[in-house]
Ligand binder design. Structure first.
Ligand SMILES: [Zn+2]
Length: 119
């Protein structure tokens, strides 16, 4: 163990981490865009219990929400559909995390290169 206050990790450590991340990305299943959201709703019938005091809302309904051409698209799912999509949505979240980590490594590499500007 070396005791150092420096946060410099060095090109070898950056390369080791990059190789680990890209190996995990290569093994990742297909990433489905969007997220699972549980919704409780109020209907248009003012006499319904969802308008009561206290209100008892309808649902919960499982929905898959994603952006398509800058618009939010929502699909209602049954439990089996949600269970099938959950791991694919998790792949997408993991892929974003790994991409962010790769970008952090790239920033470190640029920062540690004296011929490059301070990022
Ligand atoms: Zn209602």
């Amino acid at each position: 163990m070396t005791s150092t206050t420096s946060r410099r990790v060095g090109p070898a450590a950056i390369e080791r981490r990059r190789a680990k991340i890209t190996a995990e990305i290569a093994a990742l299943g297909l990433p489905l865009p969007g997220s699972l959201v549980e919704r409780r709703t109020r209907c248009g019938n003012t006499g319904c219990h969802c308008h009561g005091d206290p209100p008892q809302l309808h649902g919960p309904y499982l929905t898959w929400t994603r952006k398509v051409d800058n618009k939010t698209v929502t699909r209602t799912l049954d439990v089996a559909q949600a269970d099938a999509l959950r791991p694919l949505l998790e792949n997408s979240r993991r892929l974003r995390d790994l991409t962010t980590e790769l970008e952090t490594l790239a920033l470190q590499q640029v920062r540690d290169n004296p011929t490059q500007p301070d990022p």
